[in-house]
Design a protein around this ligand. Sequence first.
Ligand code: NAD
Ligand code: IPM
Ligand code: MN
Length: 373
Amino acid sequence: MYRIAVIPGDGVGPEVVQEGVKVLKVVGELHDLNFDLTYYPNGAKHYLKSGETLSEEQLEEMRNMNAVFFGAVGDPRVKPGILEKGILLKIRFYFDQYINLRPILSLPGLSCPLKGKTCKNIQFYVVRENTEDFYIGLGSRFKDKRNRAELNLSRELYEIKMDIELELKEENEIAYQIGLISRGGAKRVIRYAFELAERKNRRKVTLIDKANVMSDIYGLWRDVFDKVSREYKGISTDYQFVDNAAMQFVKDPGQYEVIVVPNLFGDVLTDLGAAIQGSIGTAASGNINPGRVSMFEPIHGSAPDIAGKGIANPIGAISACAMMLEELKEYDASDAIEKAIRSVILKGKVRTPDLEGMASTAEMGNAIIKELG
Ligand code: NAD
Ligand code: IPM
Ligand code: MN
């Protein structure tokens, strides 16, 4: 029996999560697995009604679950950052989910948007660091109108801020956001990338950063990589600056096997990765802490432009369920889902609009379920 927290969220989140849950139930029957699902209403509607993003009690309840299945959050009615930071990042940080595993595995049968490339060229894993870098929330805006409690500043710091602001004219406003890499934080995620390479029979790990400019944080990042890589004799290494990497993703994605990348650059590159493997609608991710509660979700967001139309591709969410089962060591059930997705794509009859088809979200979910049976 697995206890799963389900957070459908906003926009297309609930639409794709519904298909993921349908698939989970069927795969559960076929493989003799029991899922006890607890739904959480958190998202824009809940926030606009109650002022709450996600509570401490809810987080504590999730601590006793085996995993979290997440849709997406974000809504045009709510200021950017409130739901994203208050719900999604809150969970990633609360459970110290330091690995964000984002497979970029193109499916046979999908047309590749890159000229002269096929799915064979796009078969790699991105390991995105998930709890450090520019995501730690350390920043400030001078001339910030929020009060001391909202800013969470000590009385002394707040008074210094007010003194500075008295002198500062609106047109001279400044803001800053600090990035942080710790030796321990880098070590554990880089080590995971090498372990993953061994597990998945890959022979190379590529490190991505911008050590030529942000040489303090990414200098440390590289030092740790050098040290850890020496322990994995059979695996070769490569280094790339992120600007070049963005170009290489388009020009020569076949060179990658496993990538390890800091949080922010990893966010950007994996949307690009999702696009070159076929569509952002098919890309999945796992926010993993091997010893704690992990969370699985599609890479995409709430997609307000197509929400409510029933045309979002649910493959990213369904594939996230397969990743969840793999993490729970239910390998047969996980493989069965992956195989069913592949089969539907290869047959080519059922395709959502992002894959140049006419199928609805539910039709895609049903087609995958049919292949499972
Ligand atoms: P997005 O990923 O929601 O959408 C980008 C584009 O991809 C849109 O054109 C959308 O229609 C398309 N798309 C996304 N998912 C799709 C699917 N399943 N099938 C077909 N097409 C799909 O990114 P955005 O527009 O930058 O962000 C929208 C909102 O989502 C924002 O509030 C953002 O903060 C939030 N967001 C949340 C998450 C998350 O919860 N994990 C991730 C990214 C963005
Ligand atoms: C993602 C998203 C999130 C991120 C946002 C919504 C906080 O873009 O999961 O890729 O930046 O990590
Ligand atoms: Mn993103």
